[in-house]
Design a protein. Structure first.
Length: 211
């Protein structure tokens, strides 16, 4: 009888592959998993845990500091009663900046025609200047809250997480348990095409050890 060594036959064969939890401890590799792969997965899990702690202890408090700073920046409002609109207000709380800038452009065109247009221009300029000052003050809270430093730290941890995933993806599976571990660990992160390429490559590696 000729043995079919194709990938299709391998996938169809009733191979007993133990289910492996992604959060495997680094001190004890699951049965059938290559120790080198188990260590890569443990490193990945530890780095993700580090990121979770970073979010809880560093990132989230910095966001709360920024939110408090922004809340302390006063809003500005001005009477924006226009002949066609009736009584109304422009307020930075309502985000009327683009409307005020539009009125300012229109009023500049007609400011020489009547005092009313001159008044519209004055009010629009006053509001847009206040709106710009508030936006600049909000921008400054990013650094004041420490989020510039936090961003650098977050990027460094995320790069290590990405690198850990890449190492797992590129590790040539040596056993069926290796392949199952890789699939379960990376399932959320790889595209369908990436998962397919990895699986086919690992099947070749498992069926042709040492090549």
């Amino acid at each position: 009888m000729i043995m079919d060594t194709s990938r299709r036959a391998f996938l169809a064969a009733p191979i007993a592959i133990p289910l492996i939890a992604c959060s495997m401890p680094s001190s004890a590799a699951p049965v059938g998993v290559t120790p080198a792969l188990a260590q890569l997965v443990a490193t990945y899990i530890a780095t993700e845990a580090e990121y979770d702690r970073f979010c809880e202890e560093v990132h989230n408090p910095a966001i709360r500091r920024q939110d408090a700073m922004i809340a302390a920046i006063p809003h500005f409002e001005i009477d924006a009663t226009l002949a066609a609109d009736g009584s109304r207000m422009w307020s930075t709380r309502q985000g009327n900046g683009s409307e005020a800038r539009g009125i300012a452009r229109l009023a500049r065109r007609y400011q020489n025609e009547s005092p009313e247009w001159q008044d519209k221009l004055r009010r629009a300029r006053t509001f847009t200047a206040a709106d710009l000052r508030r936006k600049r003050a909000i921008d400054r809270t990013h650094k004041a809250a420490g989020l510039d430093v936090v961003g650098v730290q977050e990027a460094e941890i995320c790069n290590r997480i990405d690198s850990a995933r890449d190492c797992i993806r590129d590790f040539p599976a040596r056993t069926a348990a290796d392949l199952r571990t890789k699939l379960e660990t990376l399932d959320e992160w790889l595209t369908h095409a990436e998962m397919k390429d990895m699986t086919l490559s690992d099947l070749d590696s498992i069926q042709s050890p040492g090549t």
